[in-house]
Design a protein around this ligand. Structure first.
Ligand SMILES: *Cc1c(COP(=O)(O)O)cnc(C)c1O
Length: 404
């Protein structure tokens, strides 16, 4: 095999990402190893995907067993694993119907199309407005990215899909003013992930829920990032007292194998009729077998309890760092979706801090240019959290020096 290096990336890959200098070769638990054998503590977990860590033995076993039985048949035929996952996920969430896809984007694309179709069939074509919020992220297909609240991702691709309104997040007044009988759907993340780890206020969510009911608008929660135990409950909305009409989920669903889903009521689901939507790979038996395993592990109440306890431990340590260095003004988030917000004098420098963490062999994410984002594997131990905090402490020190 050809010898690959980080330079290979710049030579033959499209430059939409800017990966750190190392080239990852393998992983185990919360650790990743590069081609030189260097070990990294991974607080990114493939962007909140590797919930059970890297190369989890349970996941590896399921993949190899299922691969020997059946990998793919398409949706022209059904199969045992897709049906098992459908039963499990509807049972766990209390929704009636599920549609499987391969990614978060596709889950949201399906949700938005379904909402439009529902409103079109039930109320007429004038009811087409989709309301979303600034800084939100819903994926990268042209519809989902246009609905997302970050114009830098959607501009420059020609005419955008219409009837999309962006409002400030957590602003009840602006929402009350905008929503009407023309509103078809409202989509939001209970905690905006990419946008900066910004939690929805519960008063805002209940106002949104009430006004959606009043105007017959569908409420979609994008829990692609916040779902699947990341927040300390199976889905974040469980802690927020508001239930959506459509729930989208992906990222951690099959612990690293691409898988996603849209969940809703029978009443809404019937508006996707024969042939109105589809996917070749969506709900393939390999991904579904792994998702069944992941759901069994993470929906256990002891597992969820442990995530909540690790979260407390992490927040305590990060708040101590915040007091020590004054480079953060706030540590926020829920469960193990954590944002450390840079103080005013360090605004815009989250990538620099991320890079310096990398130099300490600690892998972290950013969310907006001002927020360091941590989404560790949910199986991280308290001891590994302590190690992470020590590495972060060093990186913070270097960050202050570098900013002088
Ligand atoms: C990651 C993410 C998406 C997009 O998911 P992909 O799997 O990258 O398509 C959509 N919404 C939210 C909230 C996300 O965090």
């Amino acid at each position: 095999m050809a010898n690959v290096t980080r330079q290979t990336y710049d030579e033959v890959m499209m430059p939409v990402y800017k990966p750190l200098e190392m080239v990852i070769e393998r992983g185990e638990g919360v650790y990743l190893y590069d081609t030189h054998g260097n070990k990294y503590l991974d607080l990114a977990a493939g962007i909140a995907v590797n919930c059970l860590g890297h190369n989890n033995p349970g996941i590896v076993k399921i993949i190899s067993e299922q691969a020997q039985k059946l990998i793919h048949v398409s949706n022209i035929f059904t199969n045992t694993k897709t049906l098992e996952l459908a039963l499990k996920i509807t049972h766990l969430t209390g929704f009636d119907k599920v549609f499987f896809v391969n990614s978060g984007t596709e889950a949201n694309e399906a949700a938005l199309k379904l909402a439009r179709r529902y409103a079109y069939e039930k109320y007429g074509e004038q009811k087409d407005e989709i309301i979303s919020f600034t800084h939100s992220f819903h994926g990268r297909t042209f519809f989902s990215v246009s609905v997302g609240g970050q114009p830098k991702y959607s501009k420059g691709f020609g005419p955008k899909p219409g009837a999309i309104t962006h409002l400030p997040f957590n602003d009840i007044k602006a929402f009350e003013k905008q929503i009407s009988d023309k509103t078809c759907a409202v989509i939001l993340e209970p905690i905006q992930g990419e946008g900066g780890v910004i939690k929805a206020d519960s008063e805002f969510l209940s106002a949104v829920r009430n006004l959606c009911d009043k105007h017959n608008a569908i409420l979609i929660f994008d829990e692609v990032q916040t779902g699947l135990a990341r927040s300390g409950t199976l889905y974040a909305y469980e802690q927020m007292g508001v239930r959506p009409d459509i729930l989208t989920t992906s990222k951690a669903l099959a612990g690293g194998i691409p898988c996603g889903a849209l969940l809703t009521s029978t009443q809404i689901a019937t508006h996707f009729s024969l042939g109105s939507h589809g996917s070749t790979f969506g709900g393939n038996p390999l991904a579904c077998a792994v998702a069944c395993y992941v759901l069994d592990v993470i929906s256990d109440k002891n597992f969820l309890q442990a995530v909540q306890e690790k979260s407390k431990h992490f927040f305590t340590g990060l708040n101590a760092l915040k007091d020590k260095y004054k480079i953060f003004k706030e540590v926020r988030g829920m469960g193990l979706l954590i944002g450390a917000v840079l103080s005013d004098e360090y605004q815009g420098k989250a990538s620099l801090l991320q890079e310096l963490c990398g130099k300490e062999n600690l892998l972290v994410l950013t969310a907006s240019p001002d927020v360091l984002r941590l989404t560790p594997p949910l199986i991280i131990s308290d001891k590994q959290i302590d190690i992470a905090l020590e590495l972060l402490d060093k990186a913070c020190n270097n960050f202050i020096q570098a900013c002088k």
